[in-house]
Design a protein around this ligand. Sequence first.
Ligand code: UDX
Length: 494
Amino acid sequence: MAMSPSSLPATTTPHVLLIPYPAQGHVNPFLRLAKALHARGFYVTFVHTEHNHGRLLRSRGPGAVAGAAADGLRFETIPDGLPHAELDATQDIWALCEATRRECPAHVRELVERLGRTEGVPPVTCVVADGAMGFAVHVAKEMGLSAYLFFTPSACGFLGYLNFDQLVKRGYVPFKDGSCFTNGYLDTPLDWIAGMISNVRLRDFPTFIRTTDAEDTMLTINIKQCEIDAPAADGILLNTFDDLEGAALEAIRARLPNTFTIGPLGPEVSPSSYLPSLTSSLWKEDDRCVAWLDAQPADGSVVYVNFGSITVVTRGQMVEFARGLAAADSPFLWVVRPDMVRDGGEMLPVPEGFAEEVLGRGLMVGWCDQEAVLGHRATGGFLSHCGWNSTVESLRAGVPMLCWPFFSEQVTNCRYACEEWGVGVEMARDAGRGEVEAAVRELMGDGEKAAAMRRKAAEWKEKAARAVAAGGSSQLDLDRFVDEIARASTSSSS
Ligand code: UDX
């Protein structure tokens, strides 16, 4: 049975400092983890960047980040190293990775020291940092704290990153020249990657290998995270479950034995009724979505379209999506983020008059409560960029996917969703309106492929629920993690 911090002497309340990478797909699972740890009696400090803290205040008001400070879940901020900008949009991921790695170690150290001097706050005993904030492990270790890394991608995606170093050493990366992006080189099969599906290709690896520059920022940072930061951590957390990614997890554990699988980090692990005012959603959800879904008579009839928080598309691509969705006959709920169109300026990114044209059968909103949408009886398919949170939320909800990956390990998630988990079909990157229409018809139709995907999705839904139920693999691993960090804090304070 896991040791609960409440069963420890009052003088040793363990204090966990959580440091997510400052992007939507990272702060979401981290807040879930924060609430789960707080519910188990830990004192928790959640670190936002000043930029994201400002966004939460603007979109949600102070309640989003202030609610439970008195009860041991507090929010603190650090600068992210980029110039100040009051923009309600995703920051440049490349610049942010470089800036956080350069600037944040000193801020994290200063924060741990400051918390140590704050009256009524127990000293920090453990740091759980994002895999993309791996530098924090070294700061924590220098300060005598236990340190864990939570890599928010899938296990298969993380395994892809763990092989970047080998891809460089074996001469696959960096690419010889620009022609490698289009001449079939990406289809090179790799048969030596332990734990990956047998027919994995270069194109299935996180897209940061697609460079001709050996010094490329994202290539070198990812290698550092895997080769230097991860092995220095006391353990690794992943938002997945053993049944789903057994082979990849075995290969990861061969290198990083103390790996905990605690997903899906959904409402079973952290119910929405727990500290409900505390949110990590950086955009304000449009609350018309659920009422619109309620009004759809047929179960499983709606295709939900959402490309996450980072994807940007051209205005031309938006027009092709709009025309394809309108022609496909299924009602659709389409999230068009205000900062999603690269060359759209201030213009509405869907064609003029489109909202009126599809009135009643298509709803466009700027942001939604995705889990509510995926869990709604009317939702039958998800056209997704295959961000890991979206993928695992879709598996948890039993909704099959049309996969249109944009970057990073989304391409790996797409390959696994289609080939390994049987819940997805891939749509070409340059799909025009005809292909969008055909793909949506296939996903939402009565064909054999769609029926098989629905069956698989229902199976994964059940397995995901089992993993997080009492006695399930993820629940047991979360207990084991709680136990470990509680014990580490007792030994460090005795
Ligand atoms: C992605 C990948 O997750 C990550 O693995 C990769 O390394 C970088 O890019 P993102 O585009 O944010 O991040 O996608 P996703 O992982 O799917 O996360 C989006 C999160 O925002 C999900 O939790 C989703 O539920 C939430 N969301 C999204 C909403 O609540 N409402 C929306 O309208 C859209």
